[in-house]
Design a protein around this ligand. Structure first.
Ligand SMILES: Cc1cc2nc3c(=O)[nH]c(=O)nc-3n(C[C@H](O)[C@H](O)[C@H](O)COP(=O)(O)OP(=O)(O)OC[C@H]3O[C@@H](n4cnc5c(N)ncnc54)[C@H](O)[C@@H]3O)c2cc1C
Length: 228
């Protein structure tokens, strides 16, 4: 099965990184009314649909960090991203993950080539700046050549009989991986605040933006209150 067809029809993925990666919403549980009902459990009240009072309550909960009602809404995403984005993402320990294993399969190797390379920021050792003085074509060609060379060494090692779990060590960080990620809305909001931020690496930021687009139709009042 091609990686592009894992779990969801491609049309249901939001493409990111110039179409090289994607994120899809596999499943979700709960809605905005779930949040306000959870907040009102203590009063023994339950509603079928949101009204203006509920929207106000929802905003109040967000403003005052009454976070637990948001934990009753849960999402499972399918993510296709470079290994370095995966590493940043999986630092978020409140998510649950399952990922393709390169101990099991050597098929469908795909590699990210940045649509644009960026310059190293002088002031912040973690950050990058817009591509002003970099030879774009030459840099992208180098990255592509290195990705291909990595596959060449990997394939040669497999042909020699080396096991997949060791051979994979030569594959570059640009290797695209696929994982499922499940999280509740409280922890998703924290993730999005950190990763759709000027401080975050551009690549993971594109996934955070895509997730907002995926869930916004179901959570318009949350999105509005948070300024998405
Ligand atoms: C711009 C940026 C740059 C970064 N740079 C680096 C870097 O250079 N090096 C690096 O190592 N990491 C770096 N990180 C990762 C960062 O340190 C966090 O690990 C990551 O953002 C996950 O955040 P979190 O712990 O709040 O999320 P989660 O792991 O999802 O946790 C959510 C919340 O749950 C609580 N929690 C979860 N687990 C525990 C626990 N074991 N003990 C106590 N409380 C817990 C905390 O309140 C936490 O805020 C960076 C992150 C960002 C956004």
């Amino acid at each position: 099965m091609a990686a592009d067809h894992v779990n969801l029809p491609p049309a249901q993925h939001v493409k990111v990184l110039d179409g090289q990666g994607w994120v899809g919403l596999l499943e979700s549980m709960g809605s905005e009314v779930t949040i306000v009902n959870a907040a009102r459990v203590s009063l023994g009240r339950c509603r079928e649909a949101m009204d203006d009072q509920d929207v106000k309550l929802l905003k109040y909960l967000l403003e005052h960090r009454h976070t637990s009602p948001f934990e009753h809404v849960v999402f499972t995403f399918s993510v296709h991203c470079p290994l370095f984005v995966r590493s940043q993402w999986q630092r978020h320990r409140t998510w649950s993950y399952n990922e393709i294993s390169r101990r099991y399969t050597e098929v469908d190797l795909e590699f990210y080539v940045p649509p644009q390379v960026r310059e190293q920021a002088a002031s912040n050792r973690q950050a990058s700046i817009e591509p002003l003085h970099v030879d774009q074509a030459a840099a992208r060609q180098l990255i592509d050549a290195h990705n291909r060379a990595g596959v060449g060494v990997y394939t040669r090692l497999l042909e020699m009989g080396v096991c997949r779990e060791q051979a994979r060590g030569v594959l570059p960080q640009n290797l695209l991986t696929t994982f499922w990620a499940t999280v509740d809305l409280h922890n998703l909001i924290s993730f999005l605040a950190l990763r759709d931020s000027a401080d975050a690496q551009w690549e993971i930021r594109q996934y955070a933006v895509a997730i907002k687009a995926l869930i916004l139709p179901q959570f318009p009042s949350v999105a509005q209150a948070l300024g998405w």
